[in-house]
Design a protein around this ligand. Structure first.
Ligand code: NDP
Ligand code: OXD
Length: 306
């Protein structure tokens, strides 16, 4: 039995060293030197190549190295393979702080004043009036963001897949209520998982439903946004501005029009960063649970995709 680490695009030396400390006696390998892949039962994955998954005939558990599992081809895995993710209250607090910060920045017109400072322009304006924040996705992160916004005197509305009741939040659910929800958002925050149902959901029809002073804050995945539709919506004043933390291609290519767009604020996928300490505890616990046939933590529903 072996544990394979397939976490690409970062230096894994600390991760590998800590896994070896916390899981003594376990055969831990790092992709692409996986050895005989038929021995691998547990994979720790982040941005793993598509070609990996068919090479693992005895796979039992896939542990995502983050909160999202969209980088794992859930529908292609055998149904008995369990897929788990990181769930961390501290990550949710970081996300709430990021969203609050960016909503306030737009409300106070900071992106505009930063640009005007470069041009030595003195054009005072009152802060914008809208106070309603709509959150798409009221899961582990969305609910904490909602609470933070309420604590800071914003009105919160939410949209999710299933009907739910949360204190003080007007709730919308399902595809039929999406546009009614969007029409009421001064700020629309995307905190959905990326699934076949949510891919490209921030598109022209959604932007058309929003008020023209509406601001998009996408902290979920780049592929939730139809990029051409977003540019069109900003350029034709269908919506006012966007803060984007996630992109279809990361890092964003040099020539991408988002970089220089005056109505787009970009950050490099930093809204809520996985903590090594929390992730390590959850990876180790799930590995041990698999070995002793005990229930795993934070498994996703592979049929729903999240
Ligand atoms: P959860 O799985 O806890 O919550 C997902 C929410 O989305 C649920 O409320 C769910 O509805 C809703 N949802 C799912 N599918 C649909 C649908 N088809 N229509 C409407 N609502 C839907 O996820 P988390 O809150 O933990 O994380 C959300 C995402 O945030 C992650 O998948 C990841 O992509 C992103 N993320 C980004 C980070 C960053 O740094 N930028 C860091 C961490 C995560 P219901 O409640 O009805 O099930
Ligand atoms: C995650 C992320 O899903 O960092 O954890 O985006």
């Amino acid at each position: 039995m072996a544990l394979l680490v397939c976490v690409t695009g970062r230096d894994n030396s600390k991760l590998m060293a800590q896994l070896r400390v916390h899981l003594p006696g376990v055969d831990i390998r790092e992709w692409p030197e996986g050895g005989n892949l038929a021995e691998v039962e547990f994979v720790l994955a982040w941005n793993a190549p598509d070609s990996l998954w068919q090479q693992l005939p005895n796979l039992k558990v896939v542990q995502s190295f983050g909160a999202g599992v969209d980088g794992i081809p859930l529908s292609e895995l055998p149904p008995e393979v369990r897929v788990c993710r990181i769930v961390d209250p501290a990550l949710a607090d970081d996300m709430a702080q990021y969203v609050l910060g960016h909503v306030l920045a737009h409300k106070l017109r900071l992106p505009l004043y930063y640009q005007q400072q470069q041009q030595q322009l003195w054009r005072p304006k009152r802060a914008s009036g809208g106070n309603r924040v709509g959150i798409m996705g009221l899961g582990q992160l969305g609910q904490v963001v909602a609470k933070k916004m309420q604590q800071n005197n914003f009105e919160v509305i939410g949209w999710s897949r299933s009907e739910k009741t949360l204190p003080g939040i007007s709730q919308f659910w399902g595809a039929e209520q999406l546009h009614l929800f969007a029409s009421q958002c001064d700020y629309l925050v995307c905190l959905l998982p990326l699934t076949p149902q949510t891919r490209g959901i921030l598109d022209n029809t959604l932007f058309q439903s929003m008020p023209s002073h509406g601001v998009i804050i996408n902290v979920a995945r780049g592929a939730h946004i139809n990029e051409a539709d977003l540019l069109h919506a900003l350029n034709t004043e269908q919506i006012a501005a966007a803060t984007l933390d996630v992109f279809v291609q990361e890092p964003v290519a040099e020539e991408h029009p988002f970089w220089r767009h005056p109505k787009i604020t970009m950050t490099p996928h930093v809204a809520a960063l996985t903590s090594m300490k929390t992730a390590m505890a959850q990876i180790v616990s799930n590995m041990k649970a698999m070995q002793s046939n005990e229930p795993l933590s934070h498994c996703v529903d592979t049929t729903l995709g999240y």
